[in-house]
Design a protein around this ligand. Structure first.
Ligand SMILES: [Zn+2]
Length: 211
């Protein structure tokens, strides 16, 4: 069960079709597993359709969005029903064997795979990161915004524990030092709107985006 969800603003931008393809992918991956956010997006989609019909003179205030979302939040989310022949957005993108991807080892515990070239014409960097079970990543801050979704396993940092399908956005002010939980390698997909800035001793050498 996911506990960290995309915020309302990001879901609105998704519903409106304003997100870049890599960011929209992160949302789709989360929605595929989160009935709570799916019902929020369904409501936003309906609202968007109504607004399109009435767009001429109607101004919808931010408080209207908030009250609608609050109402959705107070309703119980429907049970997740996975159709039998459902291919997840993840296996469409990466196949079914995440461990078998051509990972590049960066540190003892850290491997990366840059998949930006699967999104031609996009400025965002799209990077898979794998932290081996129980492994530690070096401390780093972020030069821009990093949107991350956990695809496998779980990691913890100073903000808490992030499990599979949890969603987290980190900004410039966030320095963190993720540790993978025991049991399974932790694989994340991150969309970087500007390069990471590693702060540890070997940071500059190891960061693939600074060189
Ligand atoms: Zn959610």
């Amino acid at each position: 069960m996911t506990r960290h969800h995309p915020d309302s603003l990001m879901l609105m931008e998704y519903s409106a079709g304003n997100l870049s393809e890599p960011h929209a992918l992160c949302i789709r991956l989360h929605l595929d597993k989160c009935a709570h956010c799916r019902s929020r997006v369904d409501a936003l989609d309906s609202l968007g359709a109504v607004m399109m019909e009435q767009q001429s003179q109607v101004t919808v205030e931010a408080s209207t969005f908030d009250s609608i979302l609050a109402r959705i939040d107070s309703e119980p989310a429907p049970e997740t029903v996975t159709p039998r022949v459902h291919r997840s957005p993840l296996s469409k993108l990466l196949g079914d064997d995440l461990d078998g991807l051509p990972w590049k080892r960066q540190l003892k515990d850290v491997s990366v795979l840059d998949i930006s070239d699967r999104f031609p014409g996009q400025q965002d960097r799209v990077v898979l990161q794998k932290l081996c079970a129980g492994g530690k990543a070096p401390a780093h801050t972020h030069r821009g915004e990093e949107t991350t979704i956990v695809l496998q396993g779980a990691f913890a940092d100073n903000k808490g524990v992030f499990n599979q399908w949890d969603f987290v956005v980190l900004g410039q002010e966030d320095e963190h030092k993720p540790v993978a939980l025991e049991g399974d390698d932790c694989i994340t997909l991150s969309v970087l709107s500007a390069p990471l800035k590693l702060t540890g001793t070997f940071g500059r050498l190891l960061n693939p985006f600074i060189r």
